[in-house]
Design a protein around this ligand. Structure first.
Ligand SMILES: *Cc1c(COP(=O)(O)O)cnc(C)c1O
Length: 485
């Protein structure tokens, strides 16, 4: 029987002339559709031959099956690799989910710069070649209280650049309590080695005194490094010199001091419960010569590494040939500048999404969560068991690990589906929705979800609630993330 069935399958060329293939060819190109058809028919032929695809089938049903699978493949193929998702985890700076979403103003500046020519390296006054490092310099200096500033690809690049510029071939003193690893293989000792500087570790894991630094200073010392232990805390019997003490010890030794701040807040967020993230200006005020931090952590801008400090040091950093390899593009400059302007206008709390998420109150989230529960219940005829629960959002991105921001979670449970499959189905939606599961419930934290995104969550849950037997096609589409509405 199988052979008879297979003979009834139209040739690839005939399949290519059918309406579906013609329509897909307009988007994907005929060659691509031909490849997809070949893959599909090969797969089906094998299933028929091995008896897996046993249908009391007519030739028409086989053709239909080919086209059904072609559509699925084509949809998967058209899906971009990098896609927008909804972050319902409550982790504000989620490194796996692209860290900081940009402010609207930053997106506008970025897109204007990206789509047009710009004065990236052109001096509009003189009508001649200018320097890209000129952009953001003054803004960054004003906001951090420094003489000068520059921007590198990310903070890892910034640390590498500063170490290489100031200490290649010499020693850098660091506390053993600050020899940290940030996720994604950024380790202070490894970066130090790559920079060509020699690590001179002092003190112990839990206690390092300023005398430890002083005792280690010798004629090979080029720099004292202080690192913000972003993603972990040493508690209990601990000691760590202040930024002032480090700056003072370095000054006496005639070497610069450098602080890797990690997140680097531009404004004090302690009124919102973020108590242990240092403010950039405070480090510089304490006398630290140069400071670096990420653009896409607490700052809430694009991926970048900001270096700010004394003019003499920044000038040397900018002249370092490594800068050419680690510099940022015009879109990054545009996005940083627009983000920084929001800080300067005092509008960060309302306009920069990361800061806004941190400042959102539990009451605000509770109100939105209650409304969402009501909408879900109405849309799904009470299919899911949903409750509101107190919980905590976190900063993430290796920042402020101890900070727990009080939130209200939407906890969802289904009689027919485990929380794991609910979570997976939400993740498979047209716009993937990333949630977490806890005690066999799916948890949605609206702190990291914009008001506009609530509609996406509702759409996904409504599609989930559709009984499979009513609309198998829509479920299929739902899973591959094309239809679903
Ligand atoms: C995050 C972090 C880095 C790395 O910054 P990226 O911008 O991710 O390259 C370096 N140092 C510290 C202390 C950090 O927290």
């Amino acid at each position: 029987m199988p052979n008879h069935l297979l003979r009834s399958l139209p040739s690839i060329e005939r399949l290519l002339e059918r309406p579906l293939a013609l329509q897909l060819s307009a988007d994907l190109g005929r060659e691509r559709v031909r490849d997809l058809l070949r893959e599909t028919t090969d797969e089906l032929r094998e299933e028929v031959t091995s008896g897996q695809w046993s249908v009391a089938g007519t030739s028409q049903s086989l053709t239909e099956e080919v086209e059904r699978r072609l559509e699925t493949r084509a949809a998967q193929f058209s899906q971009p690799s990098l896609r927008r998702v909804v972050n319902a985890t409550g982790v504000i700076i989620h490194t796996n989910l692209g860290r900081a979403p940009l402010a609207r103003q930053a997106v506008e500046a970025l897109s204007e710069t990206a789509a047009n020519y710009s004065n990236l390296e052109y001096d509009l006054k003189l009508g001649q070649r200018g320097r890209r490092e000129a952009h953001c310099q003054n803004l960054l200096s004003r906001l951090s209280g420094s003489e000068a500033a520059t921007v590198a690809n990310n903070n890892a690049a910034a640390v590498l650049l500063v170490l290489n510029t100031l200490a290649e071939g010499g020693e850098v003193i660091v506390s053993r309590g600050e020899l940290i690893e940030i996720g994604g293989s950024f380790r202070i000792p490894d970066v130090m080695a790559k920079s060509g500087a020699i690590l001179r570790e002092v003190g112990t894991t839990n206690r390092t005194r300023i005398e430890d630094y002083r005792d280690a200073i010798n004629e090979r010392t080029r720099l004292i490094l202080r690192v913000h232990p972003s993603n972990y805390r040493i508690i209990g019997f601990t000691e760590r010199p202040s930024a002032e003490e480090i700056a003072d010890a370095a000054r006496r030794a005639g070497v610069p001091s450098f602080e890797d701040l990690g997140s680097g807040c531009l404004i004090d967020l302690s009124p919102y419960g973020v108590k242990d993230e240092p403010v950039v200006a405070d480090s510089l005020k304490a006398g630290i010569s140069v400071v670096s931090f990420s653009g896409d952590k607490m700052l809430g801008g694009p991926q970048a590494g900001i270096i700010t400090g004394s003019r003499e040091i920044i000038d040397r950093v900018v002249k370092n040939p490594l800068m050419r390899a680690l510099r940022v593009d015009k879109m990054t400059y545009a996005a940083i500048e627009a983000t920084l302007r929001l800080y300067e206008r005092g509008a960060a709390l309302t306009e920069v999404p990361v800061i806004r998420a941190i400042a959102t109150t539990r009451e605000e989230i509770a109100g939105r969560a209650a409304q969402l529960v009501e909408s879900i219940t109405r849309l799904t005829n009470g299919r899911f068991t949903i409750s509101l629960e107190d919980g905590a959002s976190v900063i993430g991105g290796g920042s402020a690990p101890e900070v727990k921001l009080p939130t209200v979670l939407v906890a969802m449970k289904d009689a027919q589906m485990s929380a794991a499959s609910l979570e997976e189905r939400l993740r498979g939606f047209r716009v993937p929705i990333i949630t977490r599961t806890e005690r066999d419930r799916v948890m949605i934290d609206l702190r990291t979800v914009s008001v506009e995104e609530e509609a996406i969550i509702l759409d996904a849950i409504a599609a989930l609630a559709q009984p499979a037997h009513e609309s198998p096609a829509s479920i299929e589409r739902y899973e591959i993330g094309v239809g679903g509405k």
